[in-house]
Design a protein. Sequence first.
Length: 243
Amino acid sequence: MPQTPVLLNKKKHAALTYKALGEYSFAAGMTTMPLLPFEVPEAARCFPIIFPDTRNATPHALLGLGDKNIFVDDRGRWTAPYLPLVAANHPFSLAEARFSEEPDKKELALAIVEDAPHFHQPDGKPLYGPDGEATELLQHITNAMANQFKRYRESEKALAELQLSGVLKEKVVAVGARGQERTVGGLRCADRARTLALPENTLGRWAKSGVLEMLYAHWASMVNLRTLLDHPSCPRQDKPPLQ
């Protein structure tokens, strides 16, 4: 069962060490993984890109049609050419924090999965120095994730407009595989005809914000359904369940 991240605390975690590991078994049961919009063009070369959450327009990589992520092998290694940032950042993430001196104020803070093996290696490097201040390693991790969040915030308004536009619909996608056409149902995708019929000023904004580039990559990514359909974990039915 996935562990709940906790806020990184320089008192509680003063002696914590970290080592980067190419170990992704935590994602073995994840059949979708959220992406930042700027990731989509590269991720679309490896995975089908969908928008599964009806509450927002966050793009996700589709990683399996059964009950497993087909891109994590039995040794916990990631086998696809592209590694989504959610997986690359693990066991770190960003979370909202409230501080007792200002209970109504929320700030972003670094969170960790304490049980992750990255924090339990004999040759791990410290996250905090003897003075209790963040080491260069922790500063690098924090800055990288802050930059990712900044890029997300720059696209947030455009994603909200995409969500409200009415172009994201659940549909059945047909794809040719091994000489025959096969279908996958229940995928929330952008309707191409509806998208291109939007007013020119809307499409112009989306071209400038990167949303249009994301959608073209999304449409092209559907060819990657072949890989998921041919995997042994895919249920042998027309509409495999999504987890």
